[in-house]
Design a binder for this molecule. Sequence first.
Ligand SMILES: C[S@@+](CC[C@H](N)C(=O)[O-])C[C@H]1O[C@@H](n2cnc3c(N)ncnc32)[C@H](O)[C@@H]1O
Length: 364
Amino acid sequence: MCLNRPKKKNGIFKTGFITVRKSTTKSKYEFINLYYTKWNVITKPSPRIIVDTHAGTGQVVLIKKSPLLSTVETEIIYGSPILAILKTLLISDNLVIILNEASKKNYLLLEKCKKAIMRRGLPIFEEIHERVRFRSLRTNRPNLQPRKKKRKFPNSFNSRTPRGFQRVWIKSKADIHLNRNKIEDSIDDLFSEYVNIIDERTKEMPKGLFLVDPCGMVSWNKVILKICERSNKLEGTELILNWSWEAIARTINTQSKNSTLSEIYGIPLENIDEEFQGLGLDNMEEFKNMYIQQLEEYFKHVVEVGVSRDRQLKPKQSQHRKYFLIFCTNNKSALSLAGYQLKKIEKNVRGNIRKIDYYFQDNL
Ligand SMILES: C[S@@+](CC[C@H](N)C(=O)[O-])C[C@H]1O[C@@H](n2cnc3c(N)ncnc32)[C@H](O)[C@@H]1O
């Protein structure tokens, strides 16, 4: 759950950063972390663009609660904008990164983050280089075999350097633009200025990766449809959407139900009663599937990512889950890549089933 609204409650902190519970972020950041690098490697050297429509501050405060002791710890990790820069750091030619954030306070923090990154770069961990000397069995001559250096990406500025590694600072060559607007108001300009621009050298439009991670609902007509419509073009468009059930659940028994649903699904107000007849708080899956069906009209592959599909790992496939990470692509290899990443995530999760239980408890 996004706790970005200033509240004073047990376990909820008022900070400058985006504040989230660890359980909520786990699958989202795991997927983003793994997918950004792979996408970048596969789409290079073509012109590429990452658009983070709800960028936040650049850093996120994780709240970790101990289920046994009633202690609460916090940790600051990189948010999606820094991950976009970090994970593309090693191949950042021909890359544009657009970070859009509406809140003035969050934007100012994001701007500070960007300035620091432009000035100094971002740290990564590089294995301390060792040349391995051995004698060739054939010629008996000494040989110098340089080993490929391993690199690791830290989760935050404060991450400890692992043993055998050194911290090196690297500057991104990507063109990073900040935009302080509501995405509903700025998406058209972003498209005409950066997204649907033909690169002079390659005569191609950039391959686009969109992250839509709102704190609640996002307008179908004003935002999602625009991205969907670009998916019909050859250039390649992928969408990672953090879809909120909370936004619907919160209003479903109120007068604003119809206008909320109309905004989220892009269905005219007068058709809402008919389209959602009989659906209520117990029908989260139906609401989500209707949304997925809309996305499927534009993307060949629409999959839920970040949370295991294995039922056994979902002891409480709960109607209370609030966010679903949905990945949309027309590219089969992108899909299998996402599947591969999912397997990795599942493996991580499988090692700690308690954590998954905890995930659901936390989201009740
Ligand atoms: C869930 S947070 C983003 C977290 C970020 N993606 C990350 O993972 O680090 C949502 C952000 O969207 C911003 N926001 C809310 N409504 C917006 C809108 N209409 N357009 C752009 N940003 C918006 C909020 O101020 C908040 O910073």
